[in-house]
Design a binder for this molecule. Structure first.
Ligand SMILES: *Cc1c(COP(=O)(O)O)cnc(C)c1O
Length: 400
């Protein structure tokens, strides 16, 4: 057996392979440069076109773009009427933005535990946390797999809650044949470069509710409206009114043009992600040292992340050593996510470790493998070879 790179051996590949990256082509570049020489760099026609195209793609009435996914989620919390004294329930197995958005509005966040198979919020665990103060659920479609929306819609209806979906991982996914973006009251997509499609920074909220739509529009532009129908008085054609404390959370036209161009290839991107995930599944199926990602038969995943669990009992070392060994082989592994309430900021707010045992257990066994559409077949082979090499070395009872 060849020595591991971590022990001074030759790495599986010479160049570091990141866990995710954007795919930009000549058409994308042309779309952006066309905007640069046009009349509008912001608040121009590309914004409306992009929003319309996203709404069409996911089958929603309305889409509103924002400067990033986090700003979009903040706007969703505002539109849902979340304020001080309210409680919001979300997953701990997510990026900190999912719960920070509720904190921005002064709400208290409660973390419900996740399902051990899908890694998504467990509806029963959510229901146990609902009180008279609960205003919203922020469900996160982990790795691109939609949550159990039948159960969450039922809870939202019974307890009069707003269902906000953090679909930062899940554009192009579907639940029981329905597109993500058309299911929840408010759905957020992120266009950060590691996501399925990119605008550099950027995000969108989709909704079917006209009132929520108007609130999102105002929030994005300082709480200001120029809509004659919304004005309290009308001093003349120059006149506008600020009705709420909004922000400047606008996307630029260059970004919207990039998004429009990327959207044309989104299905191809997702197909390629799925093909790579299938190759991984096939290659690792027989390894006793790992558990492969489970996809519910009710859903189509859009495969943002490929996350494996290490089976500790089958290994002679810990996750940290295996992580470092894979990095030394030049494979850009990652870990998604550190439970949000483990963060020092949340600890200082009074959250204690141990409140979501499933999320904590999963976090400690997770490793994310590289997955992005422009990976070549050779890149995929390198990842497979490195994982096999490292896990074989640390497998219990293997003396080679
Ligand atoms: C990326 C991401 C966000 C934030 O999106 P940005 O566009 O980076 O602000 C929020 N939630 C999840 C789960 C994410 O992965």
């Amino acid at each position: 057996m060849k020595p591991l790179a971590i022990h001074g051996g030759k790495p599986v590949r010479d160049r570091y392979l990141p866990y995710g990256r954007q795919s930009i082509n000549e058409k994308d570049i042309e779309a952006v440069t066309n905007v640069l020489t046009s009349d509008f760099l912001t608040t121009g026609p590309a914004i409306d076109q992009f929003e319309q195209a996203i709404a069409n793609y996911v089958g929603a009435q309305y889409a509103v773009s924002f400067s990033n996914g986090t700003a979009a989620l903040h706007a969703a919390c505002f539109a849902a009427g979340i304020e001080e004294g309210d409680e919001v329930i979300t997953s701990p197995l997510t990026f900190v933005a999912s719960s920070n958005a509720a904190l921005y509005q002064g709400a208290k966040v409660k973390f419900a535990d996740v399902d051990l198979q899908t890694f998504n919020l467990d509806p029963q665990s959510v229901e146990k946390l609902i009180t008279d103060q609960t205003k919203a659920i922020i469900a996160v479609d982990f790795a691109g797999q939609p949550c159990n929306y039948e159960a969450f819609q039922k809870l939202a209806y019974e307890y009069d809650l707003t269902l906000i979906e953090d679909a930062a991982h899940a554009i192009g996914a579907s639940y029981k044949g329905r597109s993500v973006g058309s299911i929840s009251d408010l759905t957020m997509f992120s266009f950060h470069p590691v996501k399925q499609m990119t605008t550099g920074e950027g995000g969108v909220i989709t909704t079917n509710d006209a009132e929520l739509y108007r609130k999102l529009l105002r929030f994005r532009t300082h709480g200001v409206t120029r809509d004659r129908k919304q004005l309290l008085t009308d001093e003349g054609p120059w006149y506008y009114e600020m009705h709420e404390l909004g922000y400047n959370y606008r996307l630029t036209d260059m970004q919207a043009a990039l998004g429009l161009s990327q959207l044309k290839r989104l299905n191809q991107f997702i197909d390629r992600r799925q093909t790579i995930a299938e190759r991984y599944n096939k290659a690792f199926e027989s390894l006793s040292t790992v558990t492969l990602p489970f996809v519910s038969p009710n859903v189509k995943s859009s495969w943002h992340l490929y996350v494996i669990q290490l089976n500790e009992s089958q290994l002679t070392t810990d996750r940290k050593t295996i992580f470092e060994a894979l990095q030394k082989e030049n494979i850009g592994v990652n870990v998604h996510y550190i439970p949000v309430y483990w963060q020092p900021y949340y600890q200082q707010l009074g959250y204690r470790k141990g409140i979501c045992p499933n999320a904590e257990r999963l976090y400690q066994s997770f490793i994310t493998l590289p997955l992005f559409p422009s990976m070549t077949d050779d890149d995929v082979s390198d990842v497979i070879q490195a994982v096999e090499k490292v896990l074989k070395y640390y497998e219990v009872g293997d003396m080679t």
